[in-house]
Design a protein around this ligand. Structure first.
Ligand code: UNU
Ligand code: FES
Ligand code: FE
Length: 441
């Protein structure tokens, strides 16, 4: 395998193309990133009652996420401790226990082995059942309803892992009544490496007017003015991009939360709520709430706040992903508004959504060309705006000088490189990608 420390260069601005293609790099990602980072599982509203469960994956590890009988959240491997068969094949439901289809071992909603068929007759009551509980995640927690877990007992608490990203997200997550993901999610498969959509959603303001020109035209919303990056569109003043500690980041277009919408009801809701947010979180809070965001939560979740889409990019081999698309709404929104936003999400970023298909083709292209051995020896570049970014007087993270740049790409790849080189969480905080800019200043 290539020297891991050379895969990312120039402070995050250059990527070796093998990271989008090679099997050995993908396997190392499973070990060093997906087995260690906090990973999104589901939303609390999907499993409100004892016995509710969903099945998902953490990296390539199959897991069951439950609401245990005592109300707590549990997550454990969906693979039988007897001979390894997958235990649960449904995606969601409610159950008192999970029974393996092969020999019938059954497990509680906390993953504990509770029944072994013919236990007396075959094991002569001499089997220590505790030894065969399903492997639990090391830590599980939720942030405003979003449930995350990690397999790494040494990982920092979830709120430290999210760090400054949570400070930003609070502007729209920490509203009266809270937020919600409407599920179950839409699902599709894309033939691309998982990092390609993550880097796109982390703040690619460059592609919006270009790749989405026809879709912007078809929708005829205020964002149509970005079409074709035409004169009059001013990327320097229209927004910022931010790289926060730990590889999270976003691009924010000011005063544009509802700008990809045709129904005035959403803009009216945003205006009404902005005042509440201003009272609670001040001017910056209001400005963030009223902005349109594209963002990624390291390593494999993204969302568009304003366009109400929430994406979970599940790696399925080095060159394929499963895309799960949820609708992000506020719980207190009127039901008709939630329905409208859910339909708009389908039309824009659902499986056959107008913008989803624009992006999908590009993401598959950015992956697929690397099948060529010669092509794969090269590098790709995300150096835009590198000479004009830095700490901000009032905002955490590294802040760019406009919406069209690659500041947040670089933050993501610095964190990726840190984790891939096997640094401890300690090392990553001391001078690495996990250092809060506020603490440094
Ligand atoms: O395609 C996107 N990531 C996007 C679309 C970002 C901002 C506005 C609209
Ligand atoms: Fe960006 Fe070609 S112009 S990938
Ligand atoms: Fe896009």
């Amino acid at each position: 395998m290539k020297d891991v420390s050379a895969l990312i260069q120039e402070n995050g601005a250059v990527q070796d193309r093998s990271i989008y293609w090679d099997d050995d790099i993908y396997l190392l990602e499973q070990e060093r990133i997906f087995a260690r980072a906090w990973l999104f599982l589901t939303h609390e509203s999907q499993i409100p009652l004892p016995g509710d469960f969903i099945a998902t994956r953490m990296g390539e590890d199959e897991v069951i996420v439950t609401r245990h009988t005592d109300g707590s959240l549990k997550a454990f491997l969906n693979s039988c401790s007897h001979r390894g068969n997958q235990i649960c094949y449904s995606e969601m439901g409610n159950s008192k226990s999970f029974t393996c289809a092969y020999h019938g071992w059954s497990f509680g909603t906390d993953g504990k082995l509770i029944n072994v068929p013919l236990e007396n007759e075959t094991y002569y009551n001499n089997i220590d059942k505790n030894r065969f509980d399903l492997r639990q995640v090391a830590q599980i927690d939720s942030y405003h309803g979003l449930i995350f877990a990690t397999f790494d007992p040494t990982a920092p608490p979830l709120m430290d892992f999210l760090g400054d990203m949570a400070w930003y997200m609070d502007a729209f997550m920490d509203v009266p009544g809270g937020t919600e993901l409407l599920g179950p999610p839409m699902k599709s498969i894309l033939d691309c490496n998982w990092k390609v959509p993550v880097e796109n959603f982390i703040g690619d303001g460059y592609h919006v007017g270009w790749a989405h020109a026809a879709a912007l035209d078809a929708i005829q919303s205020p964002l149509t003015s970005m079409k074709g990056n035409a004169p009059g569109y001013e990327p320097k003043t229209s927004g910022i991009q931010v790289a926060t500690e730990g590889g999270h980041g976003m691009g924010i277009i000011w005063d544009a939360a509802a700008a990809l919408h045709v129904n005035p009801a959403y803009g009216e809701w945003i205006d009404y709520r902005t005042e509440m947010v201003r009272e609670k979180r001040g001017e910056w809070g209001a400005k963030l709430y009223n902005g349109h965001w594209d963002a990624s939560i390291f390593p494999n979740c993204s969302f568009l706040y304003g366009t109400n889409t929430f994406k979970h990019w599940q790696p399925a081999g080095p060159r394929s992903i499963e895309v799960f698309t949820w609708t992000l709404v506020e719980k207190e929104m009127p039901e008709e508004l939630k329905q409208y936003l859910s339909v708009m999400n389908m039309m824009t970023f659902g499986t056959a959504g107008m913008l989803e298909t624009d992006d999908g083709e590009n993401m598959e292209g950015c992956t697929g060309t690397n099948k060529g051995w010669v092509t794969r020896q090269g590098k790709v570049y995300s150096g835009m705006g590198q000479i004009n970014e830095g700490p901000h007087d009032e905002l955490p993270g590294i802040v760019s000088d406009g919406i069209v740049c690659e500041t947040s790409y670089r933050g993501f790849y610095r964190a990726w490189a840190d984790m891939m080189s096997g640094k401890s969480w300690e090392e990553m905080s001391r001078g690495g990608s996990r250092r809060s800019i506020k603490e440094v200043a």
